[in-house]
Design a protein around this ligand. Structure first.
Ligand SMILES: Cc1ncc(COP(=O)(O)O)c(C=O)c1O
Length: 416
């Protein structure tokens, strides 16, 4: 629920780098990475970092040094992973509706391509026959016809889901792959995010293995990610050790039955980085309505969209008040500087009474925060800083005016 960064350190960072600011702890990322890896003692095993959670190359580098490959959503994320030093062998591209150009890029870059619809298999087979060799790494994304997730918007399987190939279409998927001689090396499923119960993933994995049994070319199986973390309320912890043991046992039985020992892959994002980050912003206005106090800040949903997008609740603290020993508390809502009413960063929270200039910390902000940020309303992106060996390292500069017009040709070239 909280990063291990001390409040005094957060204040120092805010003073040194200004606000709004994303601050991460490399120790927390490494601890989470080791917790995940150590839970599994099945071989062969490869953990992946789902870098959509936070694709800063320095963060990818930390996880790659910990032995993680990368689950990428797009050629862009794959390129960032390559830039961070991850080998193409360890990059797995699971995109949604990958285009002709995406597929072309992925084949040339020699990353694993995870196909998620019949039409995509057809597109690949029909257009790229000549580029596909027996060593091309192709996977199929399986939708077990049920999903699970903290809430609907992050549930990624089920009869109406846009993700994966449904059980009833899977046989047809294999026929198309066969028609084009496509070597299917792996099967994958990811049924949703923010899970605290392992049973739906186990159930999906069991169905996936039934298909793996029928496809002799399959060498690796990916159980997805989705392990939940606590934001503003304490959840029961995801039973990681039990989960790991279940997957291993299932694969051991598979090996005994089929004489094929499959490589186990998992791909977590939030679990690895969410707790490692805090988002720091400054109080710039305080306003009273009839019903409540509104605390205005120097940021908004452009930088911190999870509350507006998902009604997510990140624990908020007035760290300036805590540090200076001010104890009076008020009920308030923290709002942003964006021109829309949905720009509420925390509704009805108890906060030490804010004064103009105070620094507010939003916890659990290492995942799906910076990576979802935009420059809407002309607010440049915040910087990212990581704490490593008690020193701050700037790992992304604050955006500026130039970043708002990057890529725009000079006005005189078109409208003189
Ligand atoms: C295909 C896929 N894999 C992995 C993940 C990572 O999920 P989480 O961050 O919940 O572990 C996601 C998240 O959307 C995903 O879509």
């Amino acid at each position: 629920m909280s990063s291990e960064i001390e409040i005094r350190t957060m204040l120092d960072a805010a003073q040194k780098f200004g606000t709004p600011l994303f601050l991460y702890s490399s120790d927390t990322i490494k601890t989470k990475a080791r917790t995940l890896k150590n839970a599994f003692n099945y071989h062969p095993f490869l953990p992946l970092y789902a870098c959509k959670a936070n694709f800063n190359p320095h963060i990818i580098r930390i996880l790659s040094n910990e032995g993680f490959g990368v689950d990428a959503t797009s050629p862009g994320e794959s390129q960032v992973a390559l830039y961070a030093g991850v080998s193409s062998q360890n990059i797995f591209l699971t995109g949604s509706n990958l285009s002709y150009d995406d597929l072309n890029w992925a084949l040339k870059a020699n990353v694993t391509i995870n196909l998620d619809s019949l039409s995509q298999i057809e597109t690949l087979g029909a257009n790229f026959k000549d580029s596909i060799t027996p060593s091309t790494r192709l996977w199929l994304r399986y939708n077990p016809d049920f999903g699970a997730g903290g809430f609907d918007k992050i549930t990624t399987a089920g009869p109406e889901s846009k993700f994966g190939i449904r059980d009833e279409e899977f046989g047809e998927a294999l026929n198309i792959a066969k028609k084009y001689n496509l070597p299917i090396k792996g099967l994958h499923t990811h049924i949703g995010s923010m899970l605290f119960d392992d049973s739906p993933i186990i159930a999906a994995f069991e169905k996936l293995l039934n298909w793996a049994e029928r496809i002799n070319t399959v060498e690796e199986v990916d159980a997805g990610g989705g392990i939940g973390v606590s934001y503003d309320e304490k959840h029961e912890e995801f039973p990681l050790n039990r989960f790991a043991k279940w997957l291993s046992t299932m694969l051991d039985s598979f090996a005994t039955k089929t004489k094929r020992r499959l490589k186990l892959i998992v791909e977590c994002g939030r679990f690895l980085v969410a707790d490692a980050g805090v988002f720091l912003c400054k109080v710039t206005a305080v306003k009273k309505t009839k019903r409540r106090t509104l605390v205005g800040t120097d940021t908004g949903f452009s930088h911190f969209i999870r509350p507006a997008l998902y009604n997510a609740r990140h624990r908020a603290q007035n760290i300036s008040a805590i540090c200076s020993g001010r104890t009076e508390e008020i009920l308030c809502s923290i709002v942003g500087n964006i021109c829309e009413s949905t720009d509420v960063l925390a509704s009805d929270v108890i906060l030490r009474k804010p004064e103009i200039g105070d620094i507010i910390a939003f916890h659990t902000a290492g995942a799906y925060c910076f990576s979802m940020a935009s420059t809407y309303n002309g607010r440049p992106l915040p910087p990212e800083v990581i704490l490593e060996n008690n020193s701050f390292h700037l790992i992304r500069q604050r955006g500026d005016f130039n970043s708002l017009i990057a890529g725009v040709p000079p006005l005189e070239k078109i409208f003189s």
